[in-house]
Design a protein around this ligand. Structure first.
Ligand SMILES: Cc1cc2nc3c(=O)[nH]c(=O)nc-3n(C[C@H](O)[C@H](O)[C@H](O)COP(=O)(O)OP(=O)(O)OC[C@H]3O[C@@H](n4cnc5c(N)ncnc54)[C@H](O)[C@@H]3O)c2cc1C
Length: 402
C-alpha cells in the first residue's frame, strides 16, 4: 500500500458500512441474509440469543413458492414429519364437530430442523451471523438512519436495516408499533407418548362463561397437531382483540392465570383431557404471536425495512407467519438490490410502501385478515355464547365448509 492510499476501514464502520444489517435470525432474518448474500451485498445478521431458536415457534406450513425460492425444490420433504389436509373443529364443550379438508395439506416439521435448513442456505453465501448480539436501537446522523446500536453499546453502520426481530422488536417499540394490538398470548407444548385417534389437526373453541373455574376467561382456541413417533404439538391461543371488545363478559388474563386455566383444560376439558392423558411434556412455553393487527407502515424511517412478526405480518386465519415473514423479507432485499445507488429518502419510503402493498402476497395477507375479522365477529361476538354456538352449529358448519 502506498502512503497516499486510505487504509481500509473495518466492515461495519462509518466509512465502510454494510449494505444491510438484519436484526434477528428467525425465518425473516435468515431469508433476508440468504438473498442479500445471493445478491453479493455485504450483509450481517445480529441475533440476540447465544443458542438461538431454542423456543420452537411455528412447526407447520403449507407449501408456497417462497420455500423453493429459498431452500430449493422439494427440500421441505427432507424435514417433514407429518402431512395432513384434515381439520376437525369442535364446538364449545365438544357438543358438535365439523371436519373439513384443506386444498393444500399442512406439512409438519421441527423448528430446529427448519432453521438448520435456512442456516445451511445462508452458509452458501458470504452473509455472517453474530449471536449474543441484541440490537437495541437505530443510530442516526443528520436525521438519517445509518446503522444499529447493540445492547453492549457497539455501533454497526449500514446503508439499510432489516428489522426481523419478531413480536417483541426493540426497534419496533421505538417506533411505537402497537404490539398490544398485534400480539396474542399463546401457550405451546410438545408432548410424547401421544395416542390420538385422529390424524388431522384438531381445534377446540372456548368462549367466555363456559368454564366454571374461569368464567371470565376470554375467547381462545386449543390446537392439537399430531406428528410422528407418538409426538404432538398442542397449545392455546387467546383472541386478545375480541377479549378487549367483550370486556363486559371477559378479562385478558396474565400469564399465570392463562397457565392455570391451561392446566385445568388439560385435566378436565371434554375430549382434550382424554387426548392428553399419560402424555409427557418435552417442551412447554408461553409467548406471544402477532395474530392481531398488521402494522401498515413497512418503512417507518427511510432505509428501515420492517418484516415478519415485527410488524404482525401473519396470515391471521391460521396464525401462520413463516411463509409471509419470508416473503416480505425477500421482497425487502429484492427491493434494496434493485436500487443501483442506495439513498433512502421520505419519498423512497412511500414508494417502497406502495410497491409492497401492490404485491399479491401482501394483498393476500390483508384480505385474509379482513375475512378473519368477520369470522371472529360472527363466532365470538354475534353468536358469542356456548349455547348459541351449539344451537346454530349447522350454520357454523356450513361456513367452515365454504
Ligand atoms: C407457538 C407458536 C406457534 C406458531 N405456529 C405456526 C405455524 O404452525 N405455522 C406458521 O407458519 N407460523 C406459526 N407461528 C408463527 C411463526 O413462527 C412466526 O410468524 C415466524 O417465526 C416469524 O418469523 P420472524 O423471523 O419474523 O420472527 P421470529 O421467528 O420470532 O424470529 C425473530 C428472531 O429475532 C431474535 N431477536 C429478538 N429480538 C432481538 C433483538 N433485539 N436483537 C437481535 N435479535 C433479536 C429472536 O431471538 C429470533 O431468533 C407460530 C408462532 C408461535 C409463537
Amino acid at each position: 500500500m502506498n502512503n497516499m492510499q486510505k487504509p481500509t476501514q473495518p466492515i461495519g464502520s462509518k466509512d465502510n458500512p454494510y449494505d444491510i444489517v438484519i436484526s434477528g435470525a428467525g425465518p425473516a432474518g435468515l431469508t433476508a441474509g440468504i438473498f442479500a448474500g445471493r445478491y453479493k451485498l455485504k450483509a450481517l445478521i445480529c441475533e440476540k440469543e447465544e443458542h438461538p431458536w431454542s423456543f420452537p415457534r411455528g412447526e407447520t406450513l403449507h407449501n408456497a413458492k417462497i420455500f423453493s425460492q429459498v431452500l430449493g425444490d422439494n427440500v421441505l420433504n427432507l424435514i417433514s414429519i407429518h402431512i395432513t389436509a384434515a381439520r376437525k373443529f369442535n364446538s364449545p364443550m365438544v357438543k358438535n364437530t365439523v371436519e373439513v379438508f384443506r386444498r393444500t395439506p399442512s406439512i409438519v416439521f421441527e423448528w430446529n430442523n427448519f432453521i438448520e435448513l435456512l442456516k445451511s442456505r445462508l452458509l452458501e453465501t458470504a452473509t455472517k451471523i453474530r449471536t449474543n448480539s441484541e440490537v437495541e436501537e437505530l443510530i442516526y446522523e443528520d436525521n438519517k438512519c445509518c446503522g444499529i446500536r447493540l445492547q453492549n453499546g457497539e455501533e454497526i453502520y449500514a446503508k439499510s436495516i432489516i428489522v426481523a426481530d419478531g413480536h417483541n422488536s426493540l426497534i419496533g417499540k421505538n417506533f411505537h408499533i402497537p404490539y398490544e394490538k398485534i400480539n396474542f398470548p399463546i401457550v405451546k407444548r410438545i408432548i410424547r407418548n401421544f395416542h390420538g385417534d385422529y390424524y388431522g389437526f384438531e381445534y377446540f373453541f372456548l368462549v367466555p362463561g363456559m368454564l366454571n373455574y374461569a368464567p371470565r376467561f376470554p375467547p381462545a382456541v386449543i390446537f392439537v397437531f399430531p406428528r410422528n413417533k407418538e409426538k404432538c404439538e398442542v397449545g392455546m391461543m387467546i383472541f386478545a382483540d375480541v377479549a378487549k371488545k367483550l370486556k363486559n363478559s371477559c378479562d385478558l388474563p396474565d400469564e399465570a392465570e392463562i397457565m392455570r386455566v391451561w392446566n385445568q383444560l388439560i385435566a378436565t376439558y371434554p375430549r382434550f383431557s382424554d387426548l392428553m392423558r399419560n402424555t409427557e411434556i418435552e417442551f412447554e412455553g408461553f409467548t406471544y404471536i402477532g395474530a392481531g393487527e398488521i402494522y401498515n407502515n413497512p418503512m417507518p424511517v427511510p432505509g428501515v425495512f420492517l418484516t415478519g412478526e415485527a410488524m404482525g405480518f401473519i396470515e391471521k386465519s391460521g396464525a401462520s407467519g413463516i411463509a409471509s415473514s419470508m416473503q416480505i423479507a425477500k421482497f425487502a432485499v429484492d427491493y434494496i438490490a434493485s436500487k443501483k445507488s442506495i439513498y433512502w429518502s421520505k419519498s423512497s419510503a412511500k414508494s417502497y410502501s406502495r410497491t409492497l402493498k401492490r404485491t399479491d402476497f401482501y394483498h393476500h395477507i390483508r384480505k385474509n385478515a379482513q375475512k378473519t375479522q368477520i369470522q371472529k365477529y360472527f363466532f365470538f361476538q354475534y353468536l358469542r355464547t356456548e349455547e348459541k354456538i351449539n344451537k346454530k352449529w349447522n350454520l357454523v358448519k356450513a361456513l367452515y365448509k365454504v
